[in-house]
Design a binder for this molecule. Structure first.
Ligand code: CA
Length: 418
């Protein structure tokens, strides 16, 4: 959960089983400096530096109130984990197009396994729905995406993974915070260092909480006095997930979003997150459900076109932003929402996706921005990041050549520009 690399999706649960990830060494990216290409075991100088780093960290942890006993147990046998470093440096390999992601997120297997899990754990779901008011299908969908319903919770020792990442230093401050939080969890007695396992990045248990989120949001669902999100029994993890969503403002009875049809005359500049209207107002503009009827009044909503004018359109409600608190990537949120709908017996997404579409790279995005700037459509920095100004510039350019102004940075657009 609460993975910090926003925009990169599919690292966990989706086709990359954490159990498999442990046994298959991650390919080393060409970007990795040569000295780590043969990091099967860390060099003795690296081990010595790590050891000094751990000693300094332990001194800080002591000042923050972590006991000597907890520190001794937590760091027993901990060394630099070279697999963790390789995965951290290689994570951008996991980006996918949204339709490929959704194919996997709501695959027939994930849907049928989820329905079986909902039946098997009906009493747990009855309880958490009653206590937290969060739709069981949403909680089950988060579980399905984060760990394939508990099958791939990760078996890397969390203290070792976090200490390695904090020592490695690329996002050292973030991981130091997570490591300190992990020690606080051990000190609280919720689990032991031996049982505290997770992903290479320290996401733990059935729904992949990182340590700071655990401290802030985890609950004891079965009332045994411990918040145990690591055990085979998913009760505490599922209750913690519902508690997390409830604390971030889940609106009971409101969908995350619904697939809609746009009129042929649709003004694509209306499709912005900050342009929220009641469904009746959208219906007056011709935006209706896939059954052709106005969408029910679930509250104010905006229109989301995750693949531009060529793919599915969704009317999204405030609960979309609640799921975003788990992971901000649109594809992830739609994946959770759509899988939940499928678990409930709902239909597949009706629209077809532009599957032939070729994504443009970071350097092509910059090239596109440079041309938009030269042609006078963009008055902003060339940074390869597709924000509101770039989308508006794309739309203005598209209008100027008489094509649908969907604001989508496609290869076709790049060809039209040059
Ligand atoms: Ca418990």
């Amino acid at each position: 959960m609460l993975r910090f690399f926003g925009g990169l999706i599919g690292c966990l649960g989706l086709g990359l089983s954490m159990a498999a990830a442990q046994t298959v060494r991650a390919p080393v990216s060409p970007m990795v400096p040569s000295e780590v290409a043969h990091l099967d075991t860390a060099s003795s100088s690296t081990n010595a530096a790590f050891s000094r780093w751990v000693d300094a960290f332990k001194a800080r942890a002591t000042r923050e109130g972590i006991s000597q006993t907890v520190l001794d147990r937590a760091f027993r046998g901990v060394s630099v984990n070279t697999d963790v470093i390789a995965k951290d440096r290689n994570q951008s390999e996991f980006t996918k197009q949204i339709w490929d992601y959704l194919d996997s997120a709501a695959s027939p297997t994930r849907v049928s396994n989820g329905q079986a899990a909902l039946r098997k754990h009906k009493r747990i779901f009855d309880g958490i729905e009653r206590v937290y008011g969060v739709d069981r299908h949403i909680v089950a969908a988060v579980w399905g995406l984060e760990s394939a319903y508990g099958a791939t919770r990760g078996d890397i020792p969390v203290i070792e993974a976090l200490a390695t990442l904090a020592f490695d230093g690329r996002r050292g401050r973030f991981f130091e915070g997570q490591l300190m939080a992990a020690l606080q969890i051990l000190q609280s007695g919720d689990t032991t260092a031996r049982k505290m396992k997770g992903s290479w990045a320290g996401a733990m248990g059935h729904t992949q909480f990182i340590p700071t989120s655990f401290l802030a949001f985890a609950v004891d669902g079965d009332g045994d006095g411990k918040r145990d999100i690591w055990s085979d029994d998913p009760t505490d993890a599922l209750a913690s997930t519902a508690a997390y969503l409830a604390r971030h403002g889940w609106n009971k009875g409101q969908p995350w979003g619904v697939e809609v049809r746009l009129p042929s005359s649709f003004d694509f500049s209306q499709a912005r997150r900050d342009n929220m209207k009641p469904p009746a107002d959208w219906a007056r503009l011709g935006v209706v459900g896939i059954d052709g009827k106005p969408v029910a009044n679930y509250g104010r909503a905006s229109i989301l076109l995750p693949a531009g004018a060529q793919g599915a359109a969704f009317m999204i409600f405030d609960n979309f932003a609640v799921i975003e608190r788990y992971n901000k990537a649109d594809a992830y949120v739609i994946g959770v929402g759509h899988l939940a709908d499928r678990l409930r017996g709902g239909p597949e997404i009706q629209a077809s996706w532009p599957r032939g579409y070729e994504p443009i790279s970071f350097s092509e995005k910059k090239k596109m921005q440079r041309i938009l700037k030269r042609k006078g459509f963009l008055d902003d920095k060339v940074d390869g990041i597709i924000g509101p100004n770039t989308i508006n510039a794309i739309r203005d350019f598209q209008r100027s050549i008489g094509v649908t102004p969907d604001g989508y940075p496609s290869k076709t657009l790049l060809e039209q520009l040059s």
